[in-house]
Design a binder for this molecule. Structure first.
Ligand SMILES: Nc1ncnc2c1ncn2[C@@H]1O[C@H](COP(=O)(O)OP(=O)(O)OP(=O)(O)O)[C@@H](O)[C@H]1O
Length: 283
């Protein structure tokens, strides 16, 4: 059996406060296989982003990893020095956060933003940078001629796709997506997620997909972990989480999703929405 790409073991993360500390992530363990889309679901404040930042090892004071291991391709990230981490970040572990579209530099053309990232990590030439930028735009469904445009000339959904394209340009093995489409309307959200599914099928990267939207997640992921106040209360294949949730909190999450009366009648006991099937085609 192939070793998982990411292994999180017994992770405990605290926020150090003026008076004592607060345990935001409590003994969390999960793994993500190569080419797998893994979802981390749970209500706001349950610790999802804290885990995402811990994996990227981006400084987030006053967060402190008290215990545990985060192994990426066999290497414990918690024991790596900053120089080694910088080589891994973006190059092998990409990140797309909720407001990522705002991270584009408004003063630079898209081509230049691709070039800056690619040059820093791969030392590519201008011509190679442009060719890669055009290819990536094509991949995320944006006309490659628009590499010369500025961010404000794109819609919010397109800007978020541009950030995903820049992230994918480095061909990372793992992409962490923390609420990547929450700021967008439902149609654009589904379009982008469909594109990520298609790209994942073609390029084979792994995804850690973080959202409070369990319904959306169930259409997109291979396996799901459900978090409640810092702990994973249940994890398993998407079919199990949707059709036979074991934990009362997972059932309550399903029950919180509004449904049409007819669909609710068909579903019977699980509480999962009728269309919450594992499908890599969201439409
Ligand atoms: N800088 C901080 N200082 C103290 N506590 C923090 C800090 N950042 C987060 N927390 C607390 O840690 C807990 C987990 O926060 P986190 O941002 O990881 O949650 P989340 O599940 O990602 O929420 P959301 O879905 O709203 O982004 C929350 O109770 C939050 O209040």
């Amino acid at each position: 059996m192939t070793a998982p790409l990411l292994e999180v073991r017994d992770l405990v993360i605290e926020y150090l406060l003026d008076k004592g500390s607060f345990v935001a992530v409590d003994t969390v363990s999960f793994e993500i296989g190569r080419g797998e889309i893994f979802g981390l679901a749970g209500e706001s404040g349950c610790g999802k982003s804290t885990i995402a930042y811990a994996i990227t090892q981006l400084p987030r004071p006053p967060a402190w990893v008290r215990q545990g291991e985060i192994r990426f391709d066999g290497t414990d990230l918690l024991r790596l020095d900053e120089a080694s981490l910088q080589k891994l970040r973006w190059r092998r572990i990409g990140m797309v956060f909720q407001s990522a579209m705002n991270s584009l530099n408004p003063l630079l053309r898209i081509e230049r933003q691709f070039f800056d990232v690619l040059y820093r990590h791969t030392g590519c030439s201008r011509a190679e940078g442009r060719a890669k930028a055009e290819a990536m735009l094509r991949l995320v469904g944006i006309d490659p001629k628009r590499v010369g445009d500025y961010p404000h000339q794109f819609s919010g959904g397109m800007r978020q796709r541009l950030v995903i394209a820049i992230c994918l340009a480095l061909e990372p093995d793992l992409i962490i997506m923390d609420e990547p489409t929450t700021a967008l309307d439902v149609v654009v959200q589904r379009e982008i997620l469909q594109q990520i599914c298609d790209l994942q099928a073609r390029l084979g990267f792994s995804v850690l997909f973080i959202t409070h939207d369990l319904h959306l997640m169930s259409q997109f992921c291979d396996r799901i972990a459900v978090m409640l106040t810092g702990r994973i209360v249940e994890q398993g294949p998407v079919d199990q989480i949707t059709r036979a949730p074991q934990h009362d909190y997972t059932r309550r999450l399903w029950d919180a999703i509004p449904r049409l009366p007819a669909a609710a009648a068909v579903e019977g006991g699980t509480g999962a929405p009728a269309d919450a099937l594992r499908e890599r085609t969201l439409s």
